[in-house]
Design a protein around this ligand. Structure first.
Ligand code: NDP
Length: 405
């Protein structure tokens, strides 16, 4: 018997709830709480109709520790799965500490007033979680998440030493809108407009953001999706992988973007619509990127007309038994298939399924630790098996192509 509380009833939350409900033998009691109760209720009704599983719902403002504590005291879950926004990571971790509850999330903490991504804030909770005998699992979506686990699997089974990792994230899907983001627009736009960093020979190297003419990009021939322009981008999993993959000399993250997406984003940035500071508008203060979010399609609603696939994986270069080799580990996920199963597009699906599997590893005691952990610090084998069983099959191939130097 395990009671879990999922916080955040957005695109990813919808998938996590449904996937947990499909394992009602593991997750015997499921609660969903979010800022807007009606969104939780919509998911509750769908889960009952489609899967015959009854879940419970609650309203909470996860920015307020006292509200979270009251909810945790009422629900008394074993684990909180945080799929609200990165802004709420620390308040939810604080409430978990106060109430003796384990914690899992899919994105690292970000302060609202600066688009700054690093694990330092959450790693600082290490001793507090340890002292209470609790576990916090960070970054258990796809990237971060599955990509980290692909790397730890490669470290355990495929290589003696890993010299370089290239994470390649391709969305070759078409949602039919001129411009939309696949997860929360505010978080997504903050992420892709920042200065780019990658890690080489012990230091972070900065390169221009993806909207600048001199940004770094190349065409990669993805399995199933074919050649796609892929842009160097900073992504949070690099920070933890640098620490946890032994002997790593270089790590880069690449993401595909279509020209229409980049053109729209450039225009929005040029006119100030991606600003995250307050501006005065008709006697009230507004934050332009939040106003923009209100105008854009809700990522959770994109699924019904989405076609095509996502292809996300890692190319690792290193040595085994003295021999140089390159391996490519990746997953292909189909937007329409994801919609058929859980009424969601593949980006929410590929995030929500690993969050459910991470939760399963924790409540079953397969991943049982005290303190704060990134997913690659834990044994990858059963997680990799569960990816196969839960809609995210993966492949390992030899990679013989050449990546940019
Ligand atoms: P959505 O915007 O669709 O959903 C976020 C949900 O959180 C909404 O229901 C929202 O409520 C709720 N929420 C926001 N603020 C609060 C608050 N203060 N209190 C309670 N609930 C709140 O986002 P997504 O589902 O697309 O993304 C969820 C998370 O997943 C994000 O952190 C994102 O960064 C992460 N992610 C991770 C990926 C990975 O691979 N690791 C990939 C994609 C996403 P309301 O409905 O009222 O706005």
């Amino acid at each position: 018997m395990s009671r879990i509380l999922i916080i955040g009833a957005g695109g990813v939350g919808n998938v996590v709830v449904k996937k947990c409900a499909m394992h009602s033998e593991v997750f015997t009691d499921i609660w969903l709480a979010s800022r807007t109760l009606s969104k939780c209720e919509d998911v509750r009704l769908e889960v009952e109709q489609l899967l015959g599983v009854k879940i419970k719902t609650a309203q909470v403002d996860a920015d307020v520790v006292a509200e979270l504590v009251a909810l945790l005291q009422k629900v008394q879950p074993e684990l909180v799965i945080n799929v609200a926004l990165p802004y709420q990571d620390l308040t939810i971790m604080d409430a978990c500490l106060l109430c003796g509850v384990n914690y899992l999330d899919t994105a690292n903490y970000e302060p609202e007033d600066s688009a700054h991504f690093e694990y330092s804030w959450q790693w600082a909770y290490q001793e507090k979680f340890k002292e209470k005998g609790l576990m916090a699992l960070l970054g258990c979506g796809f990237d971060p998440g599955v990509t980290n686990i692909f790397c730890s699997y490669a470290q355990k089974h495929l290589f003696d030493t890993i010299e370089s990792i290239d994470i390649l994230d391709c969305n070759a899907g078409d949602h039919g809108h001129p411009f939309a983001t696949n997860f929360n627009p505010e978080i997504n736009i903050r992420e892709v407009t920042q200065v780019v960093r990658h890690w080489r020979d012990g230091q972070w190297i900065e390169t221009p953001p993806i909207l600048e003419d001199d940004c770094v990009h190349f065409s990669f021939d993805y399995p199933v999706a074919g050649p796609k322009e892929s842009y160097l981008l900073y992504h949070e999993e690099m920070e933890s992988l640098v620490k946890h993959i032994n002997g790593l000399k270089r790590i880069r993250f690449w993401m595909t973007f279509g020209q229409p997406y980049l053109t729209h984003l450039k225009v929005l940035e040029n006119v100030g619509m991606t600003r995250i500071d307050e501006v005065e508008f008709e006697g009230q203060k507004i934050i332009p990127i939040r106003f923009l979010k209100a105008l854009l399609p809700d990522p959770g609603s994109l699924g019904s007309n989405y076609s095509g696939k996502t292809v996300i994986g890692c190319i690792l270069k290193g040595k085994k038994d003295g021999k140089e080799l390159q391996k490519y580990i990746y997953n292909v996920c189909d937007h329409a298939e994801a919609f058929k199963e859980v009424q969601s597009q593949a980006v929410s699906y590929t995030t929500g399924v690993p969050a459910m599997i991470g939760a399963m590893m924790m409540v079953k005691g397969v991943w049982k630790q005290e303190g704060v952990y990134n997913v690659e610090q834990l044994d990858p084998d059963l997680f990799m098996e569960e990816l196969m069983n839960n809609g995210l099959p993966w492949l390992v191939t030899d990679y013989t192509g050449k990546l940019p130097e």
